[in-house]
Design a protein around this ligand. Structure first.
Ligand code: COA
Length: 333
């Protein structure tokens, strides 16, 4: 039987807080609009720390919390859509930062659904006796992706990292993962090849057909907010219903729901549609914003620090993001 137990959790948030009032000094916006449409009052921005530094700090905190020696980690999985390098993988830098010298390492990119996909992958590796302890990190530095002249998208995102050390459990786990690549252009950030000095391609940067941006800003995050909103509510409801059906569990059998923290209105709509008990749903986006794949492990770390992740609990994580991807996992801690 496939199962995981979280034996350590950690997080890192950058020092610099950018609140809604700061946005109103650079854009035609205000706290009232942003808070009422998103539930966000502030987000952290990594001014001078690379993604791998944040990932490393969160990972070290998770390993310390677990009490294991870094040398006992068999695999580092890093979820990110905003790495510092095309290669090496972020997970290799995290291995270096943590001293997980005996670990294999690779990355997973499914944008905001990254931690869910990574945790699911970890549980499958743990079925193999070669893997006992897996470090799962999700870390994002989205500020350089955002267009700070775009008031619709830039106000949503923040930077940060979360991590968990997981080990095999004889209690069950279920997952449901999905992708709808037909909607790839609802939310994307394109790699900028325009600075290539290959004489054959210099100055050119072919854009796939159907892309909605303008060439001048093609390297910034582009989002069709309404399309993503609609997808998000439906995807969360579908993912929770599918994973509970697989598990043979009802809504009330779950002790704690941790949704992706994109927008409080999206969470509220899904909570209402599913009929979830509000007091079982954890939300921390008011002062964090959407940190993409890092949202869920950051919630886990906060809850674990507060002593709210208890043995025997049944926990449901549910997320969605660019791709468009979505998914949910349910596990007995
Ligand atoms: N401040 C003030 N006005 C703003 C604004 C801001 N920050 N952003 C947009 N507006 C304006 C628009 O220009 C528009 O004005 P207009 O009517 O004069 O044209 C008006 O507000 C309504 O814009 P709209 O885009 O329809 O707003 P919305 O209610 O759909 O909210 C989002 C926009 C982005 C908050 C919402 O669509 C959303 O949350 N989508 C999901 C995005 C998401 O979660 N992405 C990450 C997924 S992992």
């Amino acid at each position: 039987m496939r199962g995981i137990k979280i034996i350590g959790a950690g997080m890192y948030v950058p020092e610099k807080e950018a609140d809604n009032d700061w946005f109103s000094t650079i854009l035609d916006t205000n706290d009232e609009w942003i808070y009422s449409r998103t539930g966000i009052r502030a987000r952290r921005i990594s001014v001078d720390k690379p993604n791998f530094y944040m990932a490393g700090e969160a990972a070290k905190a998770a390993v310390a919390d677990s009490g294991i020696d870094p040398a006992e980690i068999d695999l580092v999985l890093a979820a990110t859509c905003s790495p510092d390098f095309y290669y090496p993988a972020l997970s290799c830098l995290v291995q270096h930062e943590t001293g997980a010298v005996n670990a294999a390492a690779f990355d997973i990119n499914s944008a905001c659904t990254g931690f869910i996909n990574a945790l699911d992958t970890a549980s499958r590796f743990l079925e193999d006796s070669d893997y006992r302890n897996i470090l799962v990190v999700a870390s994002e530095r989205l500020a350089p992706h955002c267009d700070y002249t775009d008031r619709t998208a830039s106000i949503l995102f923040g930077d940060g990292a979360g991590a968990a050390v997981v080990t095999r459990s004889d209690k069950p786990m279920w997952s449901y993962l999905s992708a709808k690549g037909d909607y790839f252009n609802a939310l994307y950030c394109k790699i900028d090849h325009s600075r290539s000095n290959c004489p054959l391609i210099a100055g050119k940067d072919a854009l796939p057909e159907g892309i909605i941006d303008t060439e001048a800003k093609s390297h910034f995050l582009q989002m069709n907010g309404k399309a993503v909103y609609k997808f998000a509510v439906e995807a969360m409801e579908t993912a929770v219903n599918k994973v509970l059906a697989k598990a043979g569990l009802g809504i009330d059998d779950i002790d704690l729901y941790i949704p992706h923290q994109a927008n409080s209105r999206i969470i509220e709509s899904a909570v209402k549609g599913l009929g979830l008990p509000v007091d079982k749903v954890y939300v921390n986006l008011e002062r964090r914003g959407n940190t993409s794949s890092a949202c869920i492990p950051t919630c886990l770390a906060e809850l674990k620090q507060a002593g709210r992740i208890k043995d025997g609990m049944t926990i449901c994580l549910v997320g969605f993001g660019a791709g468009l991807t979505s998914g949910a996992v349910v596990f007995n801690q």
